[in-house]
Each structure stands twice: as structure tokens, then as C-alpha cells.
Write a protein that binds this ligand. Structure first.
Ligand code: SF4
Ligand code: SF4
Length: 384
């Protein structure tokens, strides 16, 4: 795609990055078929290619309207378009740049609403008090003592997960202790920054990212081997930390080191001898979060692990499509989010599973609101 970004903009790191991404798009449209919003609306402006043109126009001519804002807001940032793009267009990074620009057009009441939701979700004191009414599950099993001394792990606690689904990290700690690992947890206030980033509060996200890098690197230097995430949305964000810095920035190398040590818990367990774990055989439907299959580029990761452990996995139609949760999307785009959930649940339950499992707190909470079948994090299956 040819571009004519203003010279002043091209001189900035963001402008240069946007220009490179725009030029990599050959406007073939192969991405449209995998885009959930294009499937729903059939409107080019709700497709990845249409949104790329909107961002290009905003960057080149400073031309953007309320309409542009609406079409960018409807994007789930699921990054399914990245998976299906033959040219490797980094759409997720481009849409972040575009959103920052069109944010100026957002009505004041929307800015206040988005800021309030962001602050509520990332403030442990506030969220623990009010969020506990939406609690999805409690701790189900006793804590297990560490069996052996295979290494030390930093577990990312997450900001909303400890309140809403405390059993997820509890189960992860029990499984890791059974395998012989010592687990150190981050604090709840060490949010990865994804909620701010997705709400276009990039400065707030960057403050959190830098703080986390400083704290986690100190811990890694004290002898921790690996950072593990049980929420694929947080894992995707942390693995993307290097993209927030220019190579000459002192935080760039820190981000590269932290990202290289970060693993989704399924990635970590796949490399372990799991014969010591006991499992209960149930028929399950697995929902692969976009942040795992498209964000972290790890398709079929959990499916492979559960299959290896002997679970009966039901094949899912359109497994590549988003469930509609998408961070704060379900709060700000409730109608689209609900339509996507209904379609996803229809596919997940078509063969009457005993249980639906997933890898991300957002998907788990969102799906469980519309499901008669229980929805869990898959790691809970291994803590029995
Ligand atoms: S993003 Fe990729 S798939 Fe979509 S139009 Fe551009 S080059 Fe084609
Ligand atoms: S990120 Fe998802 S919703 Fe947004 S354009 Fe890409 S496929 Fe469509």
C-alpha cells in the first residue's frame, strides 16, 4: 500500500512504525473472512482492511470523524486478521496507533466512562470490594506442599482474576508444587497494563509496564527462572512489552528479557513430565482465547496438552473466532459482544460437553454469563 504520511509524522517513532505497517498491507482482503465484525455487519469499514484505510486517512490527512471512531471501537482487537494475513501485517500495533489519534474525537462522557471503568478494574481496593459480588468460583482444594526442588517461578497474579476466579491461580500453584516448583506471586496491583492499553490510555499503560519491568527483573535476577501467566490476555501483553519501546530506550532490553522468560502455563507444562498428575476424564469443549491463538501465536497449545493428558476434546466449529469478551469490549459494545457469545456458545455446546474450559479470565466470565454448562479455566482440571 502506498502512503503519504506527513514528513513531521514520519520522523516520529510512531509515525515510522505506522508507515511500515501500512506499506506491508497489499489490500488483498484475505483477512476479512476471519474478522468477527465483518461477518456480523458485512461492511467494509468493519473489516480489517477497511479499518486500515480509516487509520491511513487519519494519519495522512488528519481526516477522521465520529464514524471512524465507531468503526475502530467495534474492532475487538482479537487479531484474527493477523493470523490470516499472508503479508504479516501487524494490525494490532497499527490499530493502537490509530486509536490514540482518533481518541481526540471521543465525546467527553465516553472519555469519563472509559476512564472510570479502567480505574475500577485496575484498582485492587475498589475492585475487591465491589467485584466480589460477581465472584465466579471459590478455592476448591487444599494447598499442596512443594514436592521437590526443580526451580522457582514468578506467577502473574492478574488484577481481576484473584477476586473473580481465585481457584485458577490456586490450582496452578498446586500443580506447580506437585511438579516440584516454588512459586512466588506478583501482587494484585501489578496489572500488566492491557486494560489501559486497550482503552487507549497508553501513557497509563506505559507507567505500569515500566514499573513491572523494574520489579520483575529484580526478582528474575534473584534466581527466578520463568514468569508464568494463567490469563492469556496478560501473557500476550507481557510478551508484547518490547513493541512499546524503541531499541535505544533503556527499557527495550529489559522488555526483551522479561518477554523471553514469560510463558503461558500450558507452554510451560508441555515441557514437563506430567505423569505424576491425576486427571479426571470428562468430555470437554475448549474455547481458545484470541490472546492465546492470535496474540501469542500459540494455536492448538492447550488442545495438544489436554489431548496428551487423555481428555476427550470436542471439535469446535469456527474455533478461531472471538467469543466477544475482548477485555473491556463486552462493557462498551454489549450488543455485538452478546451476539458473538451466543454464536460461540452454540458451537461450544453443540455436542453436549460436561464442561467448557478456556485459558483467560475474560472469556471465562463472559461465556459463563450465557452458559448452562459450567465454564472453568482448564488448569482447574489438573488440581483434583
Ligand atoms: S491486512 Fe493482510 S490480509 Fe488484510 S488486506 Fe492487508 S495484506 Fe491483505
Ligand atoms: S482485530 Fe479482530 S475485530 Fe479487529 S479487524 Fe482484526 S479480525 Fe476484525
Amino acid at each position: 500500500m502506498q502512503t503519504k504520511l506527513p514528513v513531521q509524522l514520519i520522523k516520529t517513532p510512531q509515525g515510522q512504525k505506522a508507515d511500515n505497517i501500512l506499506r506491508s498491507c497489499v489490500h488483498c482482503g484475505f483477512c476479512s473472512a476471519s474478522c468477527p465484525t465483518y461477518q456480523l455487519f458485512g461492511n467494509e469499514l468493519d473489516s480489517p482492511r477497511g479499518r486500515i484505510y480509516l487509520i491511513k486517512s487519519a494519519l495522512e490527512n488528519n481526516e477522521f470523524t465520529q464514524n471512524s471512531l465507531q468503526h475502530l471501537d467495534r474492532c475487538l482487537t482479537c487479531r484474527a486478521c493477523e493470523t490470516s494475513c499472508p503479508s504479516g501485517v501487524k494490525y494490532g500495533q497499527l490499530v493502537d496507533i490509530g486509536r490514540e489519534l482518533v481518541e481526540q474525537k471521543r465525546p467527553l462522557w465516553q472519555k469519563i466512562a472509559r476512564s472510570s471503568v479502567r480505574k475500577f478494574l485496575t484498582s485492587p481496593v475498589l475492585f475487591n470490594f465491589f467485584g466480589s459480588v460477581a465472584k465466579h468460583s471459590s478455592i476448591q482444594t487444599p494447598s499442596i506442599a512443594q514436592k521437590g526442588n526443580k526451580g522457582r517461578i514468578l506467577l502473574l497474579t492478574g488484577c481481576v482474576q484473584p477476586t473473580l476466579t481465585p481457584n485458577t491461580n490456586h490450582a496452578a500453584k498446586n500443580v506447580l508444587a506437585t511438579l516440584g516448583y516454588e512459586v512466588i506471586e506478583t501482587t494484585q496491583s501489578e496489572c500488566c497494563g492491557a486494560i489501559d492499553q486497550h482503552a487507549s490510555a497508553h501513557k497509563n499503560a506505559l507507567i505500569k509496564i515500566k514499573r513491572n519491568l523494574d520489579q520483575w527483573l529484580t526478582l528474575l535476577e534473584s534466581g527466578l527462572d520463568t514468569i508464568i501467566s494463567t490469563a492469556s490476555g496478560c501473557g500476550a501483553m507481557v510478551k508484547d512489552y518490547p513493541t512499546f519501546f524503541e531499541p535505544e530506550d533503556i527499557y527495550y532490553q529489559k522488555a526483551v528479557s522479561v518477554a523471553a522468560k514469560t510463558k503461558d502455563i500450558a507452554e510451560f507444562l508441555l515441557a514437563q513430565d506430567l505423569s505424576i498428575l491425576s486427571t479426571e476424564k470428562t468430555r470437554i469443549s475448549y474455547h481458545a482465547p484470541c490472546s492465546l491463538q492470535h496474540g501469542q501465536k500459540l494455536p492448538n497449545l492447550v488442545e495438544g496438552l489436554l489431548d496428551k493428558l487423555g481428555y476427550e476434546l470436542i471439535p469446535i466449529t469456527d474455533a478461531h473466532l472471538c467469543c466477544g469478551s475482548a477485555g473491556t469490549y463486552s462493557i462498551f459494545q454489549p450488543d455485538i459482544s452478546k451476539q458473538l457469545r451466543e454464536r460461540k456458545l452454540k458451537h461450544l455446546t453443540q455436542s453436549q460437553p460436561d464442561l467448557i474450559v478456556t485459558s483467560n479470565i475474560g472469556c471465562q466470565m463472559h461465556l459463563s454469563k450465557g452458559s448452562k454448562v459450567p465454564v472453568k479455566h482448564w488448569i482447574e482440571l489438573l488440581d483434583c
